[in-house]
Design a protein around this ligand. Structure first.
Ligand code: ACO
Length: 311
């Protein structure tokens, strides 16, 4: 990249200007955005799978309708994000191919199974709670289409988080067996949720450049700490215990001290060795292959319309 153009670009970022798709941007800025927005979109789409599994098993009609709406919202989030990525010159087909052949990632959290109905509560409360913590600051990210997509996504995520907390509240205040299920879901989802924020800052290869470009607004550890600080009192309210014997309030720092996740497990999940990793990609591939005739039909229809217009 031309150093003069780079300096001009950085000055725009520093002045808080939004970068739009047709503006000049460094090669690395474009590449980082395609990676992050693409991975984010894949996470929304793959994220439908663990909850989609429970739509037919929701305990009441009301819970079924809520879960169905939530899973549909996630599909919508994936679509806005693929559109934002497309403005950078990559097609949705290319992004999907990269997911399916392992060149692109999706969030580690979705490599874990959802075993009971209480998991629907834990996913909404913790997973969507962590997602919001990460995504609210992204409403101020420097790339216009990404920032704007985040506004609606965050509104919907906050509904998702509340519905999850509501399931947890019901379960935690229910029978002994229901309370045990709620505690078990918290036990299994606590550390995978902390991993969603990414590796510790010392191992985060992209953070410093992404923060200089305001693609990321906070470091991974900052957001993880904020999430712990926010979630511990909510667990106390529910009468559930965070599965970390060393968790305690630190008067001096004004934050909770906590045991970090097992980072070996995190990196194994990133390599595709999570408990459901193989199954998630196989399901995604099947959906993509099964939908080929729809995409082909739409393309043929669009070509026919175009031909009719030019004839
Ligand atoms: N799951 C999978 N991969 C991860 C995760 C995670 N939880 N955290 C980090 N990684 C990957 C990064 O993508 C990067 O790999 P790559 O170079 O192959 O792309 C590598 O680990 C190193 O991490 P960082 O340097 O810290 O990466 P980055 O600066 O991109 O930060 C983060 C990671 C915080 C997840 C960032 O990409 C982000 O904010 N993304 C947008 C939010 C998002 O994707 N949310 C999806 C989950 S929630 C939901 O959608 C319901």
């Amino acid at each position: 990249d031309d150093p003069e153009k780079l300096a001009e670009f950085q000055a725009r970022i520093d002045a808080g200007e939004k970068i739009e798709p047709k503006d000049w941007m460094p090669v690395g800025y474009r590449k980082t955005l395609i990676r992050q927005i693409g991975q984010h979109a894949h996470s929304e789409i793959v994220g439908q799978l663990p909850e989609g599994n429970w739509i037919t098993r929701a305990p009441t009609l009301e819970r079924k309708a809520i879960l169905l709406a939530k899973v549909q919202d996630e599909a919508g989030h994936g679509l806005y994000l693929y559109c934002a990525a497309e403005t950078l010159g990559v097609s949705r087909d290319e992004l999907t191919e990269m997911l399916l052949d392992g060149r692109m990632k999706y969030s580690s959290i979705f490599a874990y199974p959802t075993l009971t109905w209480a998991d629907m509560g834990a996913v909404g409360w913790l997973v969507d709670g962590a997602a919001i913590m990460n995504q609210v600051p992204l409403q101020r990210t420097s790339f216009g289409p990404y920032a704007r997509a985040m506004v609606r996504i965050c509104k919907e995520e906050s509904f998702h988080q509340r519905q999850g907390f509501d399931i947890m509240r019901k379960m935690a205040g229910g029978t002994e067996a229901q309370k045990r299920m709620a505690q078990d879901a918290l036990n299994r989802f606590w550390y995978p949720s902390l991993m969603m924020f990414g590796p510790p800052d010392a191992d985060s290869v992209h953070s410093s450049q992404s923060m200089a470009w305001k693609i990321k607004m906070n470091t991974n550890d900052e957001l993880r700490q904020k999430f712990v600080d926010q979630t511990v009192p909510q667990a106390e309210f529910l009468g559930l215990s965070i599965p970390d014997p060393d968790l305690r309030w630190n008067e001096e720092t004004g934050h909770y001290d906590f045991t970090p996740p097992d980072w070996d497990e995190f990196f194994a999940v990133l390599k595709g060795n999570g408990p459901c990793s193989v199954d998630r990609i196989a399901t995604r591939r099947k959906a993509w292959d099964d939908g080929a005739w729809v995409r082909d039909g739409l393309m043929a229809h669009a070509a026919k319309k175009r031909a009719a217009r030019t004839a």
